[in-house]
Design a protein around this ligand. Sequence first.
Ligand SMILES: [Fe+2]
Ligand SMILES: [Fe+2]
Length: 321
Amino acid sequence: MQEYFGRNQDPRLKMIDARKAVTDTGKKRISAVSQIMTKNQIRDYIIAQVETMPPLPSLVTQIMQMISDEKSCAGSFESLFRKDPILTARLLRLVNSSFFGFRNKVSSIPQAIVMVGYESLKNLVLAASISRFVKGSYPGYGYKDSGLWQHSFLTATWAERLAVALGWSKNESQCVFVSGLLHDIGKLIMSSYLTEHIREMLISLIEAEGDLVYAEKHVVGIDHAEIGACIAEKWNFSPRLIDVIKHHHITIKDRRSDGETALLKIVDHVINRSGIGMYNNFPITHNLDTVCLANLGINANVLLDLQQEIIKSSESLVSQI
Ligand SMILES: [Fe+2]
Ligand SMILES: [Fe+2]
C-alpha cells in the first residue's frame, strides 16, 4: 500500500516533502494568486473558480433527467448514444470491467441493456460521463491516482444497493446513486488549492484530529460540501441534489426526515474508513454520525459486514474505468 509519508518519519517534519506530490503545474495559478490574499479573499477566489468550470455537457443533463423520469424507455436511451461514440466506448469499458464480472464481452448498447438492465444502465451512463471530470489525482485530499473516482463510484453503487436492501423505491434508490456519484464534486476545485498548500492543510488536519471539514475551513474558509453545492447550482442540478451535496458532512441531528443524506453519509463513512483509493497514512479520521443509523433503523453491527463487502468489490474495480 502506498504511504503518504515515509515509514518512521514524523509527518510534521515531512510535510514539506508531500508537496512533491503536486504534479499539475497548471494549478499553480491559484497558488500564485493566493500568496497575496487574505483568507476571505481566498474563499471568494475559490468560489469564483466555480464560474470558470465548463458547463455540464447537455448529454449528461439529459441522462440525469432520464434517471429521474420513471417513464423513460430504452429506445430513447439508445438514440442518445448514436450521437456520442466516445461515451459509448466509455460505457462499454465500464460494463466490461471485472467489477461486474460478466463472462461474455458486452459489445453494443442493446446488449448492455439486456445484460445490465435498462434501469441500472442509466446509472452507469451517468457514471461513465462524469468520470472525465472526476478522474485524476487529488493529493490535497490524500487520494491516489483515480482515488476520488473510485470513492465516488463505490459510494454511488453501495448507496443504491443499501437503499434497495432497505426497501426504498427504484426511483429513490437511483437518486441515491446520483448523489453518491456527485457528493464530493466540491473537491475538484478545492483540491487545487489544498494541494498547493499541502503543508498548511496537513498541519490543520493533525491539529483538528483528522476532521476534514474543520481543516478545510481553517485553510480556505470554506469546505468542499459548500463549494460542491455552488457547482451543483451552476450545473442546474435539482434542489434536492444540491441540498444533499451541501449537507453531506453536517450532523444529521436536526434533519430527521432526510433519509437520503443519512444513507449517503453512512456509505461515505464506511468507504472512507476502508481507505479505498487513499494513501494509507493521510491524517484524516472518519467519525460515524450515529443519528443517521438510528434514522434509518440500521444496526451498527451491519457496518462491518458492509465494509468487508465494499472492500471485496473495490478489488475488482479497475482504475482505468
Ligand atoms: Fe465529502
Ligand atoms: Fe465522500
